[in-house]
Write a protein that binds this ligand. Sequence first.
Ligand code: PGA
Length: 259
Amino acid sequence: MSGMGPWLVANWKMNGRIGDLEAWSRIRLDQLNTGIGRVVVCPPALLLHPLATALADTGLELGAQDCHAQASGAYTGNVSAEQLAEAGAQMVIVGHSERRGPHRETDAVVREKATAALRARLEPIVCVGETLSEREGGLTKAVVAAQATGSLPLGCEQATIAYEPVWAIGSGRIPQADDIARAVAAIRDAVHTAGTALRVLYGGSVSAETISDLLRIEGVDGVLVGGAALSPEGLSGLLKAAPYGSKEPSSLDSVLGAA
Ligand code: PGA
């Protein structure tokens, strides 16, 4: 699977039913004339295994949402990274604001989960983002830089971070392009000093109307999409709206020599 071109990662959150999956099997990524390099669908854990079968001929990849730091044990209601990998996931989203907020996950907890993902040979997508009050207090760059360095696994050589302003998620509100570029640059600066090759996705109210402009922002290597990618039609609309070949391969692609 090529790593070239921007990524589109679809986060279903707690949506999707078994009966919905057949419709996903009819997507053919190569017929959608898209410049997107990887398209990853992240359903609830229960749907991973059946969706893996449904996606077999589509060109779409499978990811998961959240994992426990331990591989197994007495952790009622949790799922391990190893279990997600066995069910067919190649990636896992950790540190989403819907985990950091209501579940009180700290940077240290997110780092443990991201480290567990690597142990299970999953690619972690580590989410960071400021709240509205942090933004209004002028703290955006400091918050996202601290979350990024505090949440990534120690010593990792490559990583994916999703910059998701908490106030932009599900709200229909998106920061100005300059603001996104500045926050992404702050994340890149903070992580660069740790020597990690970084891919940065933007997330928060991405839609077919906005995806093209968002993917043109300096430093943005892809998008993490919730509501707009819950149906095959929604995903197809996003892919068709994405710019084709508009950006040079990111510096990460050359670092990794992806082909
Ligand atoms: P949204 O969600 O696209 O519905 O705003 C994005 C996310 O929370 O990952």
